[in-house]
Write a protein that binds this ligand. Structure first.
Ligand code: AMP
Ligand code: MG
Length: 344
């Protein structure tokens, strides 16, 4: 009888602790398709926090969904979609949040001497990598050529004004906003901020290889795998992080098609209008801001190894890992990682 009472008390205590879905301290993950990619949030939660952490993850997804509705070029109703439908050569009102992301885009465009351009929507549409269904063959080269002649590199996008009165001007019809190389990083930053405000400062937000981490996994560093560029399930390197950091990869394997034995991928060289072909297959950038890491990963990919490393050296707090077609990997100073081997 005594044993039975003891068991009952123990069962009661366990129920009180975990009965409402509560689990011991540990990590929890949740995924959603957003911004054209699989988004996964992982949280480390303390004992008794797990039901609150599920709600926090949903709320952070809500924040990223809101950003998608503002920044997606695919949605005619988004702030970016509306700008793309407005007449060229005229000033139009610009939302503060889009201004913020565009200001960073223009800074990286300048720093990379036009390797990063936020105005490539007409070109990315010609290539159709994010079309549904995606393109399977290159567009007519005459169309690329007329785009190349028409796109005013360096003066395609202008922004001006103070808070509350921001404005944008797109130079001509060869220019349209495409924030695909920076908006996911921005969304990751915002989701991490959002989780921190809700009390969750130990988290990973992964937007299809555009990733941000905060804190640690219960005191031990988060371990992040860098995707193998030629094996979809493979990991080539591992990075350990235990502070707020963005870790973003641009790769030629993310969106591509093979045509007559040649790979055509989504990271376009604004100089030529063609997929970048310089021997780089992926670039991973570490930077405290995932937004900046995102823009830099695309820019460094387009610039290639030497100029890409030069770019990274110019940006305080940034470091990079390049993976090359010939299987070599080259890291800038400050990028600490464990190579797991494989290459291609
Ligand atoms: P990411 O995966 O961050 O490197 O971004 C690639 C996406 O950004 C593409 O799918 C395009 O929508 C867009 N993009 C392609 N090339 C560039 C470029 N040179 N500069 C800025 N955005 C680009
Ligand atoms: Mg990018």
């Amino acid at each position: 009888m005594k044993f039975k009472v003891g068991t009952l008390i123990l069962a009661f205590v366990l129920l009180a602790l975990f009965g409402c879905g509560e689990k011991p301290a540990g990590s929890q993950s949740s995924s959603r398709l957003l911004m054209g990619t699989l988004m996964t949030i992982t949280l480390w939660s303390q004992e008794g926090e797990t039901s609150r952490s599920a709600a926090a993850m949903q709320s952070a997804f809500g924040e990223m969904e809101r950003i998608e509705k503002v920044m997606s070029s695919h949605l005619n109703t988004s702030a970016v979609g509306r700008i793309n439908q407005a007449p060229r050569g005229q000033w139009h009102p610009l939302e503060e949040e889009v201004y913020h992301v565009l200001a960073e885009s223009l800074r990286i465009a300048k720093l990379s001497q036009g390797a990063f351009e936020a105005g490539l929507w007409p070109l990315t549409n010609l290539w159709g990598f994010s079309r549904e269904p995606p393109a399977t063959a290159p567009p007519e080269m005459a169309k690329i050529e007329s785009w190349r002649k028409g796109y005013p590199l360096g003066t395609a996008i202008q922004i001006r004004g103070e808070t509350g009165g921001r404005q944008i001007l797109l130079a001509n019809e060869y220019v349209g906003l495409d924030l695909g190389a920076i908006a996911k990083g921005y969304a990751v930053d915002r989701a991490l901020d959002h989780l921190a405000v809700l009390g969750f400062t130990n988290a990973i937000v992964n937007a299809g290889g555009n990733l941000g981490v905060n804190g640690s996994k219960g005191g031990t560093p988060w371990r992040i795998g860098i995707q193998h560029p030629r094996e979809s399930q493979g990991v080539v390197a591992e990075v350990s992080l235990q502070k707020r950091m963005g870790l973003v990869t641009s790769g030629d394997y993310e969106r591509f098609f093979m045509h007559e034995g040649k790979r055509y991928h989504h990271i376009l060289d604004p100089q030529s209008g063609m997929p970048t072909a310089n021997g780089v297959v992926s670039v991973t950038i570490q930077h405290p801001k995932a937004m900046t890491a995102d823009a830099l990963s695309t820019a460094a990919f387009v610039l290639g190894l030497d100029k890409g490393l030069e770019l990274i050296r110019q940006e305080p707090g940034a470091s990079a890992l390049f993976i090359l077609e010939d299987g070599r990997q080259v890291a800038s100073g400050g990028f600490s990682y464990r190579w797991l081997g494989g290459g291609q």
